[in-house]
Structures are given as C-alpha cells and as structure tokens.
Design a protein around this ligand. Sequence first.
Ligand SMILES: NC(=O)c1ccc[n+]([C@@H]2O[C@H](COP(=O)([O-])OP(=O)(O)OC[C@H]3O[C@@H](n4cnc5c(N)ncnc54)[C@H](OP(=O)(O)O)[C@@H]3O)[C@@H](O)[C@H]2O)c1
Length: 271
Amino acid sequence: MSVSIALPQPGLGTFRLQDDVVIASVKSALELGYRHIDTAAMYDNEAAVGRAISESQIPREEIFVTTKIWFDRLSGEGVIAALRESLAKLDMDYVDLALIHWPSPDNEVPMAEYLAALDKAREMGLTRAIGVSNFTIAQIDEALSLPAGKHIATNQIEVHPLLANSKLVQHCQAKGIQVTGYMPLAVGKVMDESVIQNIAAQHNASAAQVALAWVASKGITVIPSSTKADHQKANLDALDLTLTAEEVAQIDQLDRGERVANPPFSPVWDQ
Ligand SMILES: NC(=O)c1ccc[n+]([C@@H]2O[C@H](COP(=O)([O-])OP(=O)(O)OC[C@H]3O[C@@H](n4cnc5c(N)ncnc54)[C@H](OP(=O)(O)O)[C@@H]3O)[C@@H](O)[C@H]2O)c1
C-alpha cells in the first residue's frame, strides 16, 4: 500500500510558460485560491515560479509545490543533486512533491537505484512526498515491489477525454497510488468536441470546464495551465460542476487513445 497525501485540487500547470508570463500566471492563480503549483526542472521556469510564490506573500507551507527530476539526472548522486538545484532555483528548503519526470529510457538506470535516491531525498527533508510520472502499469508494479514503493504518492500521467488512460488509471488507484492528470484539456483539443460542447451548453459552462469535471469525476487531480485569470477562475469553478452518469458515459466514448505527449523516450504505453 502506498502513502496518501492531499494533492490540492486543482493544481496549476506551468509547462511552456516562462519569465514574466509564468510569474503573472502563478500570482494570479494564487490570488484566485489555487494552492498547488506544478513545475519541473525541464520547464526551465523554477526560479520564476519560486519568485511568484515568494512575492504572493502567502505562507510557503500553505502552497503545495511539485517539481520533477529529468531523466538525465537519475544515476548515482544525480537525483539528489538535481533536486538540490531545483530547490536553489525555487529558493525553497523543500518541495511538497518530487517526481521522476520520465522513467529511465530503456532502463539505462535501474529503477531500484533512482527510486532509492528519491526516497533518500524524502528522508533528508528535501521533499515531503515522492512520486513518479509517465510510468506504465508494469513500471508501477516494479516500483511497488521496491522498498521506496510504499512512499509513492502519485503517478502523473496524461489524461483527458481523448485519452482516458483507463487501465493505467484504474491500476494505480487500485494500488493506492493517486493519479494526477496532466494536459487535462489536451492543450485545447478537447474544446473542439461537439459532445463536450453540447454538455457544456446544458450546464451553462464552457467545454474546458466540462473536460476538467470529467477528469475529476474519475478521482484524478487535474493540473491545467492557463495564462488568463478568467480561464484560471473557470478551471477552479469546474470542480463544482457535477456531470450526470449519462454525460460521463458520453464523454467516455470520446476516448481514442490520442496522446499529446509522446516523445521518442516514452515507455511502451499501455493500450
Ligand atoms: N509529467 C509530464 O510529463 C507532463 C507533461 C505535460 C504537461 N505536464 C503538466 O501538466 C500541465 C497541463 O498541461 P498543458 O499545460 O500542457 O496543457 P492543458 O492544461 O491541457 O492546456 C493548456 C491550454 O489550455 C488553455 N486553457 C486553459 N484553461 C482554459 C479555459 N478555461 N478555457 C479555454 N482555454 C483554456 C490554455 O490557454 P490560456 O493560457 O490562453 O488559458 C493553454 O493553451 C502542464 O502545464 C505541466 O505542468 C506534465
């Protein structure tokens, strides 16, 4: 059984956002009430994210901060050194959650090695909780067979109406690992779906809100990004939207396994 931590719903994604844009986005979200910010070493925006959090004047302990360690830092002392670099950029003593961003391609670094290092970082107080991202069912099972496995709080994976990722979601949840859903709007593609548009009209809501409500209905924490305060507010309000079982079932039918994030170093995905 893995550990349970409270992942505030929703979180704010920051992928692609840089400098003044990410500072404004994080500040605006915090003002609206977001308390969960998702960054990564690879996004090259940790310093700006940290600055926005600091300038918000909200006490650090009230904000849940996630960062991620890139796969070129998984061997030897790499994990802990990478996390220390992230903390220096964020100007923080700890993050709330440190994730392995992608499993080591072709198992170049054994999972036992990098998960042990990540768990050591947790014991050292560099992060309150640990987790993984882009792990498949087999990789989750391997992780759970390792000593660090019992501390894995979440698997952050792509989930939206065009990629339900149901088998992996259900597997994680059955094993007590929370699912964090990234790209919950498929970076805008879900808004073009007439099924979602029609359901949105019924609720006097937007298509984006219906997509987020659908992901949340699966017990998944969503982390949409937005540079616009009105979109951020709408995304917060989306969590109050309750879809009927029939609406959820209609959106379930849109699953076509369509991935937005599918880089060459991806694992062999579960179908
Ligand atoms: N672990 C991983 O490997 C991984 C991979 C990818 C992403 N992520 C995380 O997941 C986060 C979310 O993914 P994402 O940012 O790529 O895509 P996303 O959240 O699915 O979509 C973001 C896009 O949707 C628009 N949008 C947001 N809210 C909207 C609304 N209410 N109405 C209309 N448009 C709206 C945004 O535009 P505006 O700015 O105009 O609102 C932006 O263009 C990332 O930022 C990152 O933190 C993790």
